[in-house]
Write a protein that binds this ligand. Structure first.
Ligand SMILES: Nc1ncnc2c1ncn2[C@@H]1O[C@H](COP(=O)(O)OP(=O)(O)OP(=O)(O)O)[C@@H](O)[C@H]1O
Ligand SMILES: [Mg+2]
Length: 281
């Protein structure tokens, strides 16, 4: 079942000579219960897509269907439902968590807004359950975001997003502001959450290595256009598009043997290209 259906959306900014096309006929879907990746360099249009999905921006053309319903035609109640059903985890948890709110207030805010639990005791119990699920503890409820590490803050942001039981979790570069040492833990947490809660995730990142770790399907975005889509393993191992290949080549390889193998592959490909050019001329 398709939870999110982005159909031919285009979006430009500015007017006249300054007009630039940020999204050019972008289409993709997120299937229920999967982690779908959207990758592209800085400026490729990732955040613009997210803003359109969340209803914060509207595309110039095309439409976005969430759970089978078009957003453009939706009324107030649908928009309210969308605000609950689609939650987002931002890149920088320091900026996204209000520093004046305790962890309990941060996690319970959405439950209050969407009237999920009638009394504060139930909300607190639910907040505790969520905190434990993301690897923190009940005693953390009364603490403020500033007293946590970056990785812990992102866990709090994830608990806060999950508190309203969303159908789709959008993650905009969720680990790129974190220390490399904690990135894998937060990615692991997202994968666990997806499995345990049967969530659907749209995972947005510029780093293909990160996307490869968590996504089953990937869409590659280059200057506002989807240039390649498919099974994440296939796209990574046999990229068809030159832009995808350049993104992959930019990924640092920690294993020296693999790095050597990739270099040999590149040299062989270059030699083959030269030979073909020589034969053609
Ligand atoms: N409000 C805006 N006004 C004008 N131009 C904009 C606006 N928002 C985005 N753009 C332009 O649209 C393009 C896509 O931007 P977007 O923020 O979606 O990229 P991104 O892929 O999220 O990049 P990053 O990885 O740096 O976050 C860029 O060229 C950007 O300058
Ligand atoms: Mg962005």
């Amino acid at each position: 079942m398709t939870i999110l259906d982005v159909r031919s959306i285009s979006k430009s900014f500015g007017r006249g000579k300054r007009r630039s096309l940020a999204l050019d006929d972008v289409s993709f879907t997120v299937e229920q219960g999967t982690i779908t990746g959207l990758v592209g360099e800085s400026g490729s249009g990732k955040t613009t897509i997210i803003r359109c999905i969340m209803g914060l921006d509207s595309p110039d053309s095309g439409e976005i269907l969430f759970d089978g319903q078009s957003q453009v035609k939706s009324g107030f109640n649908d928009r309210r439902r969308l605000a609950k059903d689609v939650q987002i985890v931002f890149q920088d948890p320091t900026a996204s968590l209000n520093p004046r709110m305790t962890v309990e207030e941060l996690i319970c805010e959405g439950m209050l807004v969407h009237e999920l639990y009638p009394d504060s005791g139930k909300r607190r119990a639910e907040a505790t359950r969520l905190l434990e699920m993301v690897g923190l503890a009940e005693r953390d409820l009364s603490r403020y975001p500033a007293s946590f590490s970056g990785g812990q803050r992102q866990r709090i942001a994830i608990a806060r997003a999950l508190a309203v039981k969303p159908k789709l979790l959008v993650c905009d570069e969720p680990v790129s502001a974190l220390d490399v040492s904690v990135q894998a833990q937060v990615l692991g947490l997202l994968v666990d959450m997806q499995r345990n809660l049967d969530l659907s995730l749209l995972f947005v990142a510029h780093n293909l290595a990160v996307v490869k770790q968590v996504c089953s399907v990937v869409h590659v975005l280059n200057a506002g256009r989807i240039v390649e889509s498919g099974d994440a393993d296939v796209v990574m191992s046999h990229p068809q598009d030159a832009y995808t290949r350049s993104l992959l080549e930019a990924v640092p390889i920690p294993d020296p043997r693999m790095a050597k193998a990739r270099l040999a592959e590149r040299l062989a490909a270059r030699a083959a290209r030269r030979a073909a050019e020589g034969a053609a001329s």
